[in-house]
Design a protein around this ligand. Structure first.
Ligand code: S3P
Length: 426
């Protein structure tokens, strides 16, 4: 797919439902008793993989226009699938479902695409094994495919090495099936959608600082969930509105959970003209409308506890930094290397091809702003967040930018290019 310079981006848009929250709504609805409805569910490939897995585990899930209906069978109501569960490209699906499957009374195998089969699973295998789970990497390389034999689980206290909501959630979900409370302490607080939504369904999860504790065997009751817009999807339009001349974008109904809103904090640090208009709390998650205008940006340092709150936005922020005055330093973000692609290497390779001044470090990137971008052929490495970041870069570069593998945006934002197009022509 090819992109050329945009003169202006103007108009209103609503980004699709939050990916993390959509996954959890399907999972927790499947474990609850009775009907759960999910409005504004994200019909991206990753969340559809979660639906597919829970259908294979015996749950009836109906897809309507913009609503999903789940007939949950309760905490002990899953049944053994007749086949291997395929999570596609979805790290959230494989890690969270592993926690759930560890406590069942049947065996199951899990696999995914070639990217998933390279991503680290040792980070869940270790704590789940400590709880008494039997979970093996079939190729003995700490990656998928995984084989899980359901066992009786024990509550543990676990200190994670990385701030990862997927790891934390896998442990908490296994904790639903344990014989005593389970707690997880993280080096910094990661997104807390699991804690908020499990409580919404009737579980008892308590959070103190970066420690979450879950009580076992709660009664979960079906709920009506409305998924807020995904701030990680809004991030492309926030950045595009800031760096494209003559732009003004109004982005409706974006989730602004404080464990996810690092992009807004970075906008403030860079001096971006972004106004946050909070409006309501949906299913326990705060939301806002955002007004974004063309901005003159300054470089900044992004590090520490801020990193988990914007981990998926860092590719887009790296592009933004090319348009800022001065240097932007991103550190403490080694996790970028184990996402859908190695996002440090891929960002540096592609932005360098476009003429940016960017250097990779062990745990991030250093970007010297103010060097105009030139169109180039860039490879998405089939990573949705890379493809979307370079679409925005291409709208702000001289000449033509071609993105290879551009269709991978279907993972989290199937209508992305249409939405980007619509604000160019309006
Ligand atoms: C997610 C957690 C994050 C994030 C991913 C979604 C989740 O991953 O990058 O896109 O839904 O829990 P990590 O837990 O690996 O940080």
């Amino acid at each position: 797919m090819k992109f050329t310079r945009a003169k202006a981006l103007r108009g209103e848009l609503t980004v699709p439902g939050d990916k993390s929250i959509s996954h959890r709504a399907i999972m927790f609805g499947s474990l609850a008793k009775g009907l759960t409805t999910v409005d504004n569910f994200l019909k991206g490939a990753d969340c559809l993989s979660t639906i597919d897995c829970f259908r294979k585990l015996g749950i009836s899930i109906e897809e309507k226009e913009n609503q999903i209906k789940i007939q949950g069978n309760g905490l002990h109501g899953l049944t053994q699938p007749g086949q291997i569960l395929d999570v596609g490209n979805s790290g959230t699906t494989i890690r969270l479902i592993s926690g759930i499957l560890s406590g069942q009374c049947f065996d199951v195998s899990l696999t995914g695409d070639s990217s998933i089969q390279k991503r680290p699973m040792g980070r869940i295998i270790e704590p789940l094994s400590q709880m008494g789970a039997s979970i093996q990497s079939v190729k003995d390389n700490d990656c998928a495919p995984l084989k899980i034999q359901g066992k009786l689980l024990h509550g543990i206290h676990y200190q994670t090495k990385v701030a990862s909501a997927q790891v934390k959630s896998a442990i908490l979900l296994a904790g639903l099936y344990a014989d005593s409370p389970t707690s997880v302490t993280e080096p910094a607080l990661s997104r807390n959608h699991t804690e908020l939504m499990l409580n919404f369904f009737g579980a008892k999860v308590e959070t103190k600082g970066a420690t979450a504790t879950i009580q076992p065997d709660p009664f979960l009751t079906g709920q009506a969930i409305t998924v807020p817009g995904d701030i990680s999807s809004a991030a492309y339009f926030i950045a595009a509105g800031c760096i494209t001349p003559n732009s003004e974008l109004f982005i409706r109904n974006v989730g602004i959970n404080p464990t996810r809103d690092g992009m807004l904090k970075v906008c403030k640090m860079m001096g971006a003209d972004v106004t946050v208009l909070p409006h309501k709390v949906q299913s326990g998650e705060p939301t806002a409308d955002l007004l974004v205008k063309t901005s003159s940006l300054n470089g900044c340092t992004i590090e520490g506890d801020l990193i988990p709150t914007l981990i998926d936005e860092l590719p887009m922020i790296a592009v933004m930094a090319c348009f800022a005055k001065g240097t932007t330093v991103i550190r403490d973000a080694a996790e970028l290397k184990v996402k859908e692609s190695n996002r440090i290497n891929v960002m540096v390779e592609n932005l360098t091809a476009m003429g940016a001044h960017i250097t990779a470090t062990d745990d991030g990137m250093i970007i010297e702003g103010g060097y105009p971008l030139q169109g180039a052929v860039v490879d998405s490495h089939l990573d949705h967040r890379i493809a979307m970041s370079f679409a925005v870069a291409g709208l702000n570069a001289d000449g033509e930018t071609e993105i290879l593998g551009a269709e991978c945006v279907n993972i989290s934002y199937p209508g992305f290019y249409q939405d980007l197009n619509q604000i160019q022509s309006s």
